[in-house]
Design a protein around this ligand. Structure first.
Ligand code: HPA
Length: 270
């Protein structure tokens, strides 16, 4: 693992990925942030040694290096999910690379379903804490102790100071920003009514299929991490309609300008 990380990191340094300060994972609902970046270098995932092999639908995935709000950033345009058949090690490998390149902070975005029915689709939720329901850990492998502490502390996985800054920015810009607990499931199937009831009982405010593995690895590496969800559907078990993925994507697009404002304004403060 250490050999692979070194090899991949050296490859990207040669490509000009010079000491980025901030890493950003663009999920559904933040893709347009890319238009705000002064792009200096970009590499397709397929060309990066040791990166997970991209699936057909994933050929667009790229790692981008550039300047955003005067900060050096490295951006994952597209992420890997367990539901595509990748292992949790694959899903989180890019986070280890971004950390080796030099990032001190990881910003993550995703699309999620609202379990808390006071939250409406099209609104945003700042993740304050999470529940890992993906059935495994990205730290469950031989040799993990050589990369960080095996028994990684998760008492405060999301950076409280950055979250407070997010709230100030949301308030200033009149953006509704809920706070809550994100549960990550494996997917790709959506949840049954019984599962939505269960998630509510467990204390989740939102549910999605990503983010938690990346946040766990960020904590393993002791870099600051935060994440924002765009709520794309309302998961009411007593009135559940079939979910249209196209509707989820439309909703994510609607919330995108707010998401972009939050991220851009935040980066100014980091
Ligand atoms: N469940 C799981 N993942 C999701 C959902 C959902 O309802 N909405 C968007 N991503």
């Amino acid at each position: 693992m250490i050999k692979y990380i070194t090899e991949t990191t050296n490859y990207l340094i040669e490509k000009g990925f010079d000491k980025p300060e901030i890493g950003i994972i663009l999920g559904t609902g933040l893709g347009q942030l890319i238009n705000e970046i002064d792009i200096l270098h970009e590499v397709s995932y397929n060309h990066i040694p040791n990166f997970p092999t991209a699936t057909v639908e994933f050929h667009k995935g790229k790692l981008i290096y550039g300047i955003l709000e005067a900060k050096k950033v490295v951006i994952m345009q597209g992420r890997f999910h367990v539901y595509e058949g990748y292992s949790l090690l694959d899903v989180t490998f890019p986070v280890r690379i971004m950390e080796k390149l030099g990032i001190h902070t990881l910003l993550v975005s995703n699309a999620a379903g609202a379990i808390n029915l006071n939250f409406k689709k099209g609104e945003l939720m700042l993740i304050e804490d999470h529940i890992n329901l993906q059935g495994s850990s990205p730290l469950a492998f031989k040799g993990v102790e050589h990369l960080g502490e095996r028994f990684t502390d998760m008492s405060a996985p999301y950076d409280a100071e950055i979250n407070a800054e997010f709230e100030r920015i949301a308030h200033k810009n009149n953006i509704t920003l809920h706070k809550g607990v994100y549960a990550s499931v494996m997917g790709p199937q959506l949840e049954t009514r019984a599962e939505y009831r269960m998630l509510k009982i467990l204390g989740a405010d939102a549910v999605g299929m990503s983010t938690v593995p990346e946040i766990i690895v960020a904590n393993h590496l002791k870099i600051k991490a935060v994440a924002v969800s765009v709520l794309t559907d309302e998961c009411d078990p007593n009135n559940l309609k079939p979910v249209e993925i196209s509707e989820i994507i439309t909703m994510a697009g609607k919330a995108e300008p707010n998401m972009i404002t939050l991220f851009k304004e935040l980066i100014k403060t980091l």
